[in-house]
Design a protein around this ligand. Structure first.
Ligand SMILES: [Zn+2]
Length: 301
């Protein structure tokens, strides 16, 4: 009798722990640590692939970000967001491409740049290896506007030449935001400085932050003036920006800005609260998108 009771209790404990285990797995998608490919062993990756075929590839740049932000700003931002998403969703993060297409920033020392075709090849071959191992859903997370065109080309190439699906985080995960007060706060300005104050405060040197002198070439000034009344011309204004000095379009960073900052505002207005709000909206929206996409189970290989 006593033996029977003991067995019954053991069964009950087993059942209760299984329920806890099941409920736990079902609900706690959040892990405390991000899953970073370089920090994992091949056996970890093998185990991961038995449950998921998703991977995030952050893309960054090494380019001047004014006198107060580090050259790796875009890489830090892309990687930090990817890590936060990984903590939220359990999706693995693959290595960031440290140099992007940034030749128009090279008037300031330290900027590195890959030719678009080189960068495309590096990203494509990285994806090819991941696909060989069984990854089928590849999400790029880009931290630098100059990389957008390369990112689109790689995504198209993956979708049309391999078994995998590739996309850019952000394309299918809309972010509800007010339009910025300063439309030219594009680079190392209030917004980006705020983001860095939130993510990497130890790398921000606020005592060096200063409002840039912005000068547009007469041609660009004309597009800007006409564009106020004819918004269809603003596309030309934007396509003349961020062009290499050699094209003689006057769109290189050092031709536009006295210190590399692209903003009409003073980066000293930056606060970590602005940065936190900007980042949390993105992480929230990307994580939500991923959780929805997870409802489509991986294809049987
Ligand atoms: Zn940047």
């Amino acid at each position: 009798m006593e033996k029977m009771e003991k067995m019954g209790r053991a069964c009950l404990i087993f059942l209760v722990s299984m329920i806890f285990l099941f409920v736990g797995f079902g609900h706690s998608k959040e892990t405390s640590k991000p899953l970073i490919l370089q920090e994992m062993t091949w056996t970890d990756v093998q185990e991961y692939l038995s449950k998921s075929d998703m991977v995030i590839i952050p893309i960054g740049s090494t380019e001047q970000h004014g006198p107060h932000l580090p050259l790796g700003t875009d890489s830090f931002i892309a990687t930090d967001i990817a890590k936060m998403i990984s903590v939220r969703t359990g999706v693995m993060v693959a290595p960031v491409v440290l140099a992007g297409y940034s030749v128009y920033h090279s008037g300031f020392p330290g900027t590195l740049s890959l030719k678009p075709e080189t960068m495309e090849q590096v990203l494509f071959e990285t994806a090819e290896m991941l696909i060989k191992h069984g990854f089928r859903r590849i999400m790029f997370l880009n931290g630098h506007g100059g990389n957008t065109i390369v990112q689109s080309k790689v995504i198209h190439r993956i979708n049309h030449n391999t078994a995998a699906i590739a996309l850019a985080l952000g394309d299918y995960s809309p972010i509800d935001e007010e339009p910025p007060k300063d439309w030219f706060d594009q680079h190392a300005g209030v917004q980006e400085t705020s983001v860095m104050l939130h993510l990497e405060p130890g790398l921000v040197q606020m005592e060096r932050a200063e409002k840039p002198k912005i000068r547009f070439s007469p041609q660009r000034g004309n597009y800007l003036m006409l564009g106020r009344k004819n918004p269809e011309l603003m596309g030309i204004f934007w396509s003349l920006l961020a062009t290499p000095q050699e094209t003689e379009k006057g769109g290189a960073s050092h031709q536009i800005s006295s210190n590399g900052v692209w903003s009409f505002s003073d980066p000293n207005e930056a606060t970590k609260e602005i940065g936190e709000q900007y980042i949390s909206k993105r992480v929230e929206s990307f994580a939500k998108f991923i959780e929805t996409w997870k409802q489509v189970p991986p294809e049987k290989k």
